[in-house]
Design a protein around this ligand. Structure first.
Ligand SMILES: Cc1cc2nc3c(=O)[nH]c(=O)nc-3n(C[C@H](O)[C@H](O)[C@H](O)COP(=O)(O)OP(=O)(O)OC[C@H]3O[C@@H](n4cnc5c(N)ncnc54)[C@H](O)[C@@H]3O)c2cc1C
Length: 481
């Protein structure tokens, strides 16, 4: 299987990634991207080590492959899939949202449902071939499946200017030429390939924009405009322990007449086909189950920081603080339970893919916009001014003229200054830094705006049973009672 070293070496491939107005030479050594690339490399090394239980026999060769790229087809598969996803989530403590298993899960479900794709231009076979390539080469695929925020009042066909949202400019015998932009490829700058599609509902007039294709990140004509990197703004890994390791890059993709061979096209000018790809295949459920495994892990980590802060500050026995820690425990447990309940209620679909149960999965997801800010809010409350009563950098902790003051005034009983400052700087990077702010936005939006995610919860909840129960109850008494 692919090792981290092999992955890092493959990144120097001429990809066009722009930061501060200039193209980046090699993402694997640039300070903005090297840290996250190194983290992803560690994930590949974990998967390549059989001791971590992430491997399964490949469907074609029987050689070991990453099971997270395969569709789970039995309860045992699904359990092993979850524990494999947990290995990666644990390694980043849930702070890497678009690790390779996220889109990997979408593609695994696509491959279980070739019938959801058309057969003109070999689209159906293209999906199968691509997923096989992902499995056999351990590819890291990210995705950009949202139109740029030009206007949400209308869809792409009504926007001023041709092909603002990425769409088909030319159809050729050997493929299509695409032009325009799509948001927001998290991890795109350090991925191998990007799945470009559209999950927001389109209208019949949007046919030119109703495509799904994959593109190598170094494709000629493709530019990635990354938002401001946070890793480069860190003074040290001690001062910003999360930003310094887990700053995933979010990028706007711009296609300047990029040629996409037919073999890389999955959906072509097919508005209904876009929806089928995500929802009829079970991809949305499997991919978002992975996301909830990651989310639960991150919440647990945040709760751990809160618990330690309460102990260090000596407040953890006060009833009000215990109540807050209890609320954190409840919030983490609800999400963990959603993950497990989705597994417990999973059912095989008509192609034998075992789909995590929608009610539990989307029920947990539907609360994400409330759960994440609440967990962050409690952590902020427990941290108080401690996250600001820290030296500007590690330099004061080690400097000959400053460290005595630190030791005397910035320590706690049984906890020296270095240990205390380390903990509070971690807390700040989780709740207050620019990285933390991006994470707040991420947890609110990565699976769609909150009203969209609650829509999934609504549609996956069986309202007919409770409504029948209410009707029966109302029918059991009258005005005479
Ligand atoms: C940090 C981060 C990382 C991301 N990573 C990825 C990624 O890797 N790949 C990817 O494809 N996407 C990614 N996204 C994009 C994400 O999928 C979108 O942000 C999400 O789908 C919401 O779409 P939007 O941002 O266009 O918000 P909009 O749809 O513009 O919504 C913004 C707000 O407008 C209001 N609104 C908009 N439309 C309606 C409506 N019809 N009815 C009522 N209210 C409405 C709501 O208040 C909503 O909250 C990421 C986003 C963030 C913030």
């Amino acid at each position: 299987m692919r090792t981290g070293k092999n992955y890092l070496a493959s990144l120097d491939d001429g990809r066009r990634v722009i930061v501060d107005g200039a193209p980046v030479d090699d993402v694997s050594s640039h300070p903005a991207f090297a840290p996250i690339a190194a983290t992803i490399a560690e994930l590949f090394d974990l998967a390549a080590d059989p001791a971590n239980g992430m491997q399964a026999p490949g469907p074609v060769t029987g050689e070991p492959v990453n099971r997270l790229y395969l569709p789970p087809r039995s309860p045992e598969d699904l359990r092993s899939w979850r524990t494999a996803a947990q290995v990666w989530a644990d390694h980043t403590h849930g702070w890497v949202g678009r690790s390779p298993d996220h889109v990997g899960a979408f593609l695994a479900a696509f491959s279980a449902h070739p019938e959801a794709f058309g057969d003109e231009h070999g689209l159906r076979q293209n999906v199968l071939d691509f997923q096989r390539r992902v499995v056999e080469n351990d590819l890291y695929v990210s995705y950009a499946i949202i139109p740029p925020q030009v206007s949400r009042a209308t869809t792409a066909h009504a926007w001023e200017g041709d092909l603002v949202q990425v769409g088909v400019k030319e159809v050729r015998d050997d493929g299509i030429v695409v032009r325009g932009a799509q948001m927001l490829a998290t991890g795109g700058a350090v991925a191998d390939e990007i799945l470009v599609s559209c999950i927001k509902p389109l209208q019949a007039e949007d046919q030119d924009f109703a495509n799904s294709f994959t593109v190598p990140v170094n494709a000629p004509g493709l530019t990635l405009y990354c938002r401001r990197p946070y890793a480069t703004a860190t003074t040290s890994a001690f001062d910003y322990p999360l930003s310094a390791r887990y700053d995933e890059t979010d990028a706007l993709l711009v296609f300047d007449d990029v040629f996409i061979p037919w073999k890389d096209v999955f959906v072509f000018k097919d508005v209904a086909g876009l929806r089928k790809q995500f929802f009829d295949t079970g991809a949305h459920a499997l991919g978002n189950w992975q996301a909830q495994i990651r989310f639960a892990t991150k919440l647990g980590f945040l709760a751990g920081i809160a618990r330690k802060i309460a102990a260090v500050n000596g407040v953890d026995k006060f009833p009000g603080v215990v109540e807050k820690l209890g609320e954190l425990a409840s919030l983490v447990s609800v999400v963990r339970s959603g993950v497990l309940a989705a597994e417990y209620t999973a059912a095989p679909d008509d192609q034998g893919l075992l789909r995590p149960g929608g009610q539990a999965l989307y029920g947990a997801m539907g609360l994400q916009a409330e759960v994440h800010p609440r967990v962050i809010g409690i952590l902020r409350e427990l941290a108080g001014g401690g996250v600001l009563q820290v030296p500007s950098s590690v330099a004061e902790l080690v400097g000959a003229t400053t460290r005595d003051d630190m030791e005397r005034y910035v320590s706690s009983p049984g906890v020296d200054a270095v240990e205390r400052v380390k903990l509070f700087k971690l807390a700040w990077d989780a709740v207050g830094s620019e990285f933390a702010g991006r994470h707040q936005q991420y947890e609110l939006f990565y699976a769609g705006a909150p009203f969209v995610v609650k829509g999934y919860a609504f549609r996956n909840f069986d309202y007919s049973t409770p409504v029948r129960a209410v009707d029966a109850f109302l029918g059991s008494y009258g005005t005479e009672a």
